[in-house]
Design a protein around this ligand. Structure first.
Ligand code: NAD
Ligand code: DAU
Length: 335
């Protein structure tokens, strides 16, 4: 199998490449990443001497740059490449439109021209919008995105769907809930709480802190993607989640307890505009049809993640300085 992984230097892409190279050593893996603020080649330095792994820096929306990868023949594409942070999309939606929509369109066009066996679009539960206190999203739930980020992902999903229906392109869409684990950029909630608490900085909690997210350990997401790659059916959507709903406030308290830090670090700040209240994923389809289920419990994965960040302070301290610091100061009025 020869697979093209886009966005492989980001959080989930990094974990996926490490996972799949170990699990499927005969596969050839091509990683194309633009190396935005969220891409970090340091994550993959241990793979540099792997003969079956190659990295190329480039933009998925640059058709000329992407064409040779498709021309030389691919079995599958797994499209992780995206602008992924909701708050950044609220500040400036343009890069989200360019990468998430136009970039995906370029990949679909090239796949249509040169052919392949599977095109996996790594999407998100956020395309379904917000839930009330009860219920969960299944694959038939209407798309109702509320942020520029989720609207861009929903647009890409619809383009993918149309390329299956119109051109019979073997597209599969996965919609996963919130991931956490090693290599997550510390702008996202769990990694932000751990790294801030470690340095006794405030933990900013939006609004009343009672918004709920459904968390999944990143390796379980990567395994689910492997299942979809091996057994998924063209034209299908697969939800991925582990039934781990937590309010942001309870999560912050849990992590502070794990670190032995005081709850007084929690600071309620202005709410995110259009903030989705609750996500919950029904993943019955991928479990019953493909046989996937999460391998890690939430508590063991959270404890491991906390210890990973404590052991890898150099990694996150390097990326939280510099350009990210400017974003952070502006976001949380720290100037
Ligand atoms: P991330 O922001 O950590 O990584 C994104 C990667 O894409 C980075 O390496 C970045 O350099 C690269 N990239 C951005 N624009 C690019 C472009 N134009 N061309 C090539 N590379 C580009 O994101 P993540 O959290 O790893 O998310 C990966 C994918 O999974 C995204 O598509 C996201 O929508 C989806 N997803 C994320 C979660 C989550 O909880 N993080 C949950 C469900 C789905
Ligand atoms: O659900 C999947 C999605 O999960 C992915 O598609 C996105 O790429 C990923 O970024 C994530 O989106 P969220 O907006 O849910 O994640 P984030 O970590 O930004 O926020 C999680 C919750 O925590 C959300 O309710 C907002 C809140 N929050 C976030 C930050 C950064 C805070 O209260 N304070 C914060 O400082």
């Amino acid at each position: 199998m020869k697979i093209l992984v886009t966005g492989g230097a980001g959080f989930i892409g990094t974990n996926f490449i490490k996972y799949i190279i170990e699990k499927q050593p005969a596969w050839e893996v091509i990683n194309v990443d633009k190396l935005t603020y969220a891409g970090n080649l340091e994550n993959l330095a241990d793979l540099n001497d792997q003969a079956k792994y190659n990295f190329y820096r480039g933009d998925i929306s640059d058709k000329k740059f992407m064409e040779p990868f498709f021309k030389q023949g691919l079995d599958a594409v797994i499209n992780f490449a995206a602008e992924s942070h909701v708050d950044r999309s609220i500040q400036d939606a343009e890069p989200f439109i360019k990468t998430n929509i136009m970039g995906t369109h370029v990949l679909l066009e090239l796949a249509k021209s040169y052919g392949l066996n599977k095109f996996i679009q790594v999407s998100t539960d956020e395309v379904y919008g917000s839930l009330g206190a009860k219920g969960s999203f299944n694959e038939e739930s209407p798309l109702s995105p509320n942020s520029p980020y989720s609207a861009s992902k929903a647009s890409a999903d619809l383009l993918c769907r149309s390329y299956y229906t119109t051109y019979n392109l073997p597209v599969l869409i996965t919609r996963c809930s919130n991931n956490f684990g090693p290599y997550q950029f510390p702008e996202k909630l769990i990694s932000l709480i751990i790294t801030n608490a470690f340095e006794d900085k405030i933990i900013p909690i939006y609004g009343d802190g009672l918004n709920v997210r459904d968390w999944l350990y990143v390796t379980d997401h990567c395994r689910a993607l492997e299942f979809v790659l091996l057994k998924g059916l063209s034209g299908e959507v697969y939800n991925i989640g582990g039934h781990n709903e937590h309010s942001n406030l309870s999560l912050a308290k849990k992590i502070l307890n794990l670190l032995g830090k005081p709850q007084s670090l929690i600071k309620f700040v202005k709410d995110r505009p259009g903030h989705d209240r609750r996500y919950a994923i029904n993943s019955t389809k991928i479990t019953s049809e493909l046989g996937w289920q999460p391998a890690y419990t939430f508590d063991e994965a959270l404890a491991y993640t906390v210890s990973w960040y404590l052991k890898h302070q150099d990694w996150w301290k390097r990326i939280t300085s510099g350009v990210y610091q400017e974003y952070y100061n502006q976001m949380y009025n720290m100037v």
